[in-house]
Design a protein around this ligand. Structure first.
Ligand code: HEC
Length: 273
């Protein structure tokens, strides 16, 4: 192709991209307006239905042992739910590992209620148009019980510091067929995928605003989405094999994100796209 032909083509492409860009900005503005309308009236947040369902599940006697979760220790002592989420993930001596809210809930369902881990993990989270799972509701309830608290991740134990270091390394580690890291999508401002602006999670002011909203109610999905699910989904976007629910890698990444969000207020369940 002669040089002027190529130039003309590029110029045409740039010109024709302009209305698209404007349309994308319009859509994003409208979506933002919709999210604002849902948040303006706190009672219109459908995620609160999951909070209620989680509260009922928490108190209900269930499982082979027919007991409730009211003795579950989320780190502040058995049965203490208020504020517990703000200090998660953290090291649990009984389990000898760092756990996030979801792995801790699975632990309590297993140890207190006698559910089998394999059974719980058959469907830890819902896909689009599926009814929400018990774990989703419970995690949303527990997070909501820390609404207004600020993230103050615990870094007292060696394993907690280790998890943070591993989480940070994983966040920046390029891997998989696309050679992507989390940082590929979450570091540079102004990046977007399918109209969705990508949050710059390495900026504490962004992390503080975003991370405390999880589990979040996803309008596009019609249910709440947990952080374990979010991370699995982002790994899927990186074209990596499905990461294990509650694996040390997912918890380490959650530890990194919670530390990025340190001092940020917990607002879960926030409304997402
Ligand atoms: C290929 C791009 C891509 C990569 C790589 C990626 N993500 Fe994401 N991530 C997204 C998109 C897109 C969204 C927003 C999706 C939405 O709102 O629908 C998102 C959202 C998130 C959110 C929610 C933030 C908010 O808005 O509250 C978190 C947390 C997150 N990603 C963490 C990670 C982690 C951890 C990794 C690495 C394991 C990662 N992401 C890798 C594309 C990516």
């Amino acid at each position: 192709m002669p040089w002027f032909g190529k130039r003309a083509l590029i110029a045409a492409a740039v010109v024709s991209a302009l209305p698209l860009l404007a349309a994308a900005q319009d859509t994003e503005r409208e979506l933002e307006r919709y999210r604002q309308m849902l948040t303006a009236d706190p009672w219109s947040n459908p995620g609160l239905l999951d909070v209620d369902r989680g509260a009922a599940l928490w108190k209900e006697k269930r499982g082979p042992k027919n007991v409730s979760l009211e003795r579950c220790d989320l780190g502040r002592g058995p049965g203490k739910v208020k504020g517990a989420f703000a200090v998660l993930p953290r090291y649990f001596r009984d389990a000898k590992r760092v756990m996030d809210v979801e792995t801790r809930l699975v632990w309590c369902m297993e140890k207190l209620q006698g559910f089998s881990r394999a059974e719980i993990l058959k469907r830890p989270y819902s896909k689009a148009n599926q009814p929400g799972t018990d774990l989703e509701a419970l995690a949303t309830y527990v997070a909501h019980q820390s609404k207004g608290f600020k993230f103050q991740p615990s870094l007292r134990y060696r394993k907690e510091k280790e998890a943070l270091a591993i989480g940070e390394a994983l966040f920046f580690r390029r891997q998989g067929p696309m050679d992507f890291s989390c940082a590929t999508c979450h570091v540079e401002p102004g990046k977007r995928i399918r109209l969705q602006e990508l949050p710059v999670l390495v900026k504490p002011e962004v992390a503080r605003r975003e991370i405390g909203g999880w589990p979040a109610y996803r309008v596009s999905q019609g249910t709440v989405m947990t952080m374990q699910h979010r991370i699995t989904d982002c790994y899927w976007q990186m074209r990596l094999p499905q990461i294990d629910y509650g694996s040390d890698a997912t918890i380490a990444l959650t530890m990194y994100l919670a530390n990025q969000a340190k001092g940020g207020e917990i607002t879960a369940p926030q409304i997402e796209r």
